[in-house]
Design a protein around this ligand. Sequence first.
Ligand code: SF4
Length: 394
Amino acid sequence: MYLRNGKIGIFDLSAGEPSEQEFSEELAKDDVSSIRVAERLAAEHGEDSLVLGTGLLTASFVPAACAGILWSRRGLVPILGHAGFELKMTGFDFIVVKGRAERPGYLWIRDGMMEFVESPWTSASDSWKRTDKIRSDQGDGKIQVLSTGPWGDAGKQAAQLVVDYWGGEDKVGMGSELGKRNLAAIAFRGMGEIELAEPEKHFEDSLLLIRDHVFRLGKSEGLSSFWKGADRDDFRKLLHRTVACYGCPYPCRSYLKVFEDPREMRMVEKEPGYLHYDVPALEKCFAYGLSASDATISLMKCARAGVEPASLLDGLLASGSKVGIKEVEAAAAKPSDIKNARAMNFESSFSDIEQYRSTLGLGVCPRYWSKIGFNFELLASYGQSAYGSPIGPA
Ligand code: SF4
C-alpha cells in the first residue's frame, strides 16, 4: 500500500490496552478523506471516540502536506506544524482512543506501538511543562505533544488543545475531550517511512509545483502575508523569524520575541516569545486594545493554561473586567465556566467550507491551499505518482 501504513491503532483507556486493525486498501480507497474515515471509525468504535488521523497526502512531497486531524463529536481540529507528518511516521494511519483512564497519564505512540504512561505530575503542570517533561523523560526533543492544561483537566468548554507549545488550531474545546478521559497529552514520534509508488517522479513533479508556487507567491512575510492585521508596526518590530510547517514553502507563522531583543538569534531568555498563527485570537486581542507585545504575552499565558484566548478575553469583558495582561494572567490561572464560551472552529476563518474539508481530508494545509488556489484535480494529479493510482474525490 502506497502512502499509507495500512494500520489503525485502537487504545481503550478504561482497559489500558492497545489493539490494532487493518486499514485495508479497499477501505482506504473508498474514503480518501481522513475526516470521513474518522467519522466511520467513530461509528464503529463508539460515537464518544476520539480519532487522530492523517490524510492520504500527509508526509508526501506536494507543498504543505503537513496536515493531520483530531476528530470528536465536539468537532474537528487540524493538526499542523510537524505533528501531522510525525504522526504518519509512527506506523499508524489512524488512532482511535476510547474510554477513560483511571489515573492521569499520556498516550505515547511510536514505532507502531502505543502505551499509556501514568503521569501523576501532570495535575500540577501546564501544557508547556507537559511537553518539556515528556520530551525529557522519553529522551527525544522532537516528540510531538498534543496536550491540554489545567482548563482541559477541569473539562471546561473554553479549554484549548496545544500543539507542543502553541495554540491556534483548537477552537472547539478539544482540550476538555482529553481532560474528561484523564488524558494529559498524546505524544508521538515518527521514525518510520512510507512507500511511494514512483518516488523520483513524485519528488520531481512536486519540486516543479513548489517552484511554480514560490514564483507566484514571492517571499512570505509570515503571518502578515496571510492576514493584514499582522501588518502593524508593533507586530513587525517584534518579529524574530517566520516558521513553516512540514513541506510548506510559504510560511504563515511569525515568531515574536517579547522578553529579549528580537534580533537575538540565541534563546537567551527562558520564555522569549510565542509562535503566532492564531488569527481569531489576535484579532480579539487587537480589538480589545492590546499591543502586539501584550497580545503575545496573553496568548503565551493562555497556551500554558490550555485555554482558548478569544473565549477568555470575551469572558473578561462580559464580567466587566479590564482587559490587560494582569487580568488575562489571573483569569487563565483559574479554570472557570465562561458564559457563552465561543463554540467556533478553525474552519470559520475559511470562506469555502467544502474546500477546507477537502484539503484537510487529503492531508494538506487548508490555509496554504486557499492562498495558492485549491484545485483538487491538479493536486490529485501530482499526488498520483506517490499513490500509484488515480486519487478519487476527497
Ligand atoms: S500556510 Fe501556515 S499553517 Fe499552512 S502549512 Fe504553511 S506555515 Fe503551516
